[in-house]
Design a protein around this ligand. Structure first.
Ligand code: PMP
Length: 354
């Protein structure tokens, strides 16, 4: 078997299922609504002759649009092929090969561990508190013993968000070391974004995606906002990996999506309304569901195990996500779909639970 020592030790991230048949798909936190009309227009107007050329390696026009949207300079923006790629390159840029571990929660986005092992960065897990909140004080106390820190806000799969001031306390505890705030779901949260705080915190890197609130998971586009010094290192790492990670069509549609703010706000508020009714319906069925700040909820039933529920839902054409991991194996992570999706889900749950 020809396999490198590096690849031999890797345990990859397992993405959620993309079923071939028609299902009620509530497993990968996609947006249930299509992208804005501006995206359809951008696709129609895209001149295929441009495909002859490589795209702009700096994705200048898209970065300028992101910079305007976030209220930062263009030199503060880095874009990549999905935020997973941005996170991956960030691990290489700030944690790769360091002697000290990267700090993360025990229950969080499971890709972080994978990036760590890919780039030879150890990780240290700080358990979430019993109510699934981030142990910010516990993490801050370990600042000196780690090379940096990563968290998702709102956290996945818990859906819980921490307040901005508390997170900035964590950023301060890691002065001189990178702190990555993964804000894949921040548009659904009352806390919003830390992007404006990069001015005061040169060690803070805020990572975002077009996959969730912007309905562009298939286009693969994510970005990071941070101090110019951090962005410069990311660009160096990117140029050691792939000069043109964002393809020309994706750059055009992402920019178009960003400029359609009215549609974006409308979609997000519809999702938040459906989230309220989903949580109420689940609680009426006796599920334990923390208040959610994301476009998904994290539910556990007192009588029926997670695996059994997931299987019974799948048999009824409803796909939800479950992580077979300590503390959370009996919980289902359910994406907030349309009102009709949620009706189908609660109908199925009623029949399963009798
Ligand atoms: N961060 C978190 C917490 C996520 O749940 C996801 C989606 N799996 C991502 C990042 C990556 O999203 P994408 O690569 O589609 O931008």
């Amino acid at each position: 078997m020809i396999i490198s020592r590096l690849a031999g030790g890797l345990v990859p991230y397992t993405a959620g299922e993309q079923p071939r048949e028609k299902t009620v798909k509530l497993n990968t936190n996609e947006n249930p609504y299509p992208p804005p009309a501006a995206v359809y227009r951008a696709l129609k107007e895209f001149d295929a002759a441009r495909y002859r050329l490589y795209p702009d390696p700096t994705a200048h026009s898209l970065r300028r649009a992101i910079a305007e949207y976030e209220g930062v300079g263009e030199e503060n923006v880095f874009v990549g092929n999905g935020s997973d790629e941005v996170l991956s390159l960030s691990y290489a840029a700030f944690f790769g090969g360091e002697d000290k571990p990267v700090l993360q929660a025990d229950v969080t986005y499971s890709f972080y561990e994978v990036f760590g092992s890919l780039y030879g960065a150890g990780f240290r897990k700080v358990p979430l508190l019993p109510d699934f909140r981030l142990d910010i004080k516990g993490m801050a106390a370990l600042g000196g013993e780690s090379c940096g820190c990563v968290f998702a806000n709102p956290n996945a799969p818990t859906s819980i968000a921490e307040e901005r001031e508390d997170l900035l306390e964590l950023v301060r505890a890691f002065e001189g070391k990178a702190v990555i705030a993964d804000e894949a779901y921040a548009d659904f949260s009352h806390v919003g974004t830390l992007a404006g705080d990069i001015r005061d915190y040169p060690n803070l890197l805020v990572v975002k995606t077009f996959s969730k609130s912007r309905s562009l998971a298939g286009a693969r586009c994510g970005y990071a906002v941070g101090d110019k010094a951090l962005i410069d290192v990311l660009r160096t790492v990117k140029n050691c990996f792939n000069s043109y990670p964002v393809n020309a069509v994706t750059a055009a549609v992402a920019e178009a999506a960003l400029r359609d703010t009215a549609y974006f706000r409308d979609c997000v508020s519809r999702i938040l309304r459906t989230r309220d009714s989903l949580i109420a319906a689940l609680r009426a069925l006796r599920f334990d569901v923390p208040d959610s700040d994301a476009n998904f909820v994290f539910a556990e039933h007192p009588d029926v195990g997670g695996e059994e529920l997931q299987r019974a839902l799948r048999a009824r054409g409803i796909v939800v996500r479950r992580f077979d991991r300590p503390r959370i194996a009996d919980r289902l992570r359910i994406t907030v779909g349309t009102d009709e999706d949620i009706e189908a889900l609660t109908g199925a749950l009623k029949s399963i639970l009798g």
